[in-house]
Write a protein that binds this ligand. Structure first.
Ligand SMILES: [Zn+2]
Length: 226
């Protein structure tokens, strides 16, 4: 997780960012709890390509209704995906990419999917019109969920993508960003000149949309520190 809270005896303590995890003396007071529930978490210093993050203590799970509860989140996405996302026996969510990824369902999404009885979507998802295709909506929900988890490899591993007519692939082979390392990996892939056989998603914040000299639109993303 990218954030945690200090647990104080009287009311919630201050929020702690994963950037505060470092080799120097800790700037936060333990115990730390989840950003959204009272489950105890601990800091994990970054290694290799994994940035520093907070992780639940061994044997601990997010409480029911917590926006970071992966089991509830996975069930919620599968429920609202118009049949494009399935939960496997191992609790992994597999997102099926249709032949036409921008295909719209034959009926509009039900507004009750964003109703007050669903704490996950209520907190995390804003529904705007026009509606996005369900494959893209589901992918966006997952990308945002993983970002809140700080791209913890254990959590990322609970999501797969199956391009139309192909075998399932890891989430990281479908969705790139928003870290520099991930963008660099995509750049290297594209430099080989081999076109991807499946759609690729890019996660980031759009700074502006402009056109090149040939009138083709392109997007500039906001640059974040790595
Ligand atoms: Zn939680």
């Amino acid at each position: 997780m990218k954030k945690a809270r200090e647990k104080r005896p009287h009311g919630p303590g201050r929020f702690v960012s994963a950037e505060e995890i470092g080799p120097v003396a800790e700037t936060f007071r333990r115990p730390l709890i989840c950003e959204f529930c009272d489950s105890v978490v601990g800091p994990v210093r970054g290694y290799k390509n994994v940035p520093s993050l907070f992780r639940l203590l061994r044997g601990t799970v997010h409480q029911p209704g917590c926006a970071l509860n992966p089991t509830e989140f996975i069930q919620g996405v599968a429920h609202g995906s118009h049949g494009l996302a399935h939960v496997t026996d191992r609790g992994v969510l597999r997102l099926e990419l249709p032949e036409h990824i921008d295909a719209m369902p034959p009926f509009p999404p039900s507004d009750d999917l964003t109703g007050p009885d669903d704490p996950i979507r209520k907190r995390d998802i804003t529904t705007v019109r026009p509606y996005l295709p369900p494959a893209i909506t589901s992918a966006a929900k997952i990308a945002r969920f993983l970002q809140m988890h700080g791209f913890d490899p254990d959590t990322v591993d609970r999501f797969r993508v199956r391009p139309h007519g192909q075998r399932p692939i890891a989430w990281s082979r479908f969705c790139y960003g928003p870290s520099h390392l991930s963008y660099a990996a995509l750049y290297q892939l594209l430099r080989t000149g081999k076109a991807s056989t499946h759609p690729i998603a890019l996660q980031g914040t759009v700074q502006c949309i402009t056109e090149d000299r040939n009138g083709r639109p392109y997007v500039t993303l906001v640059r974040f520190p790595s």
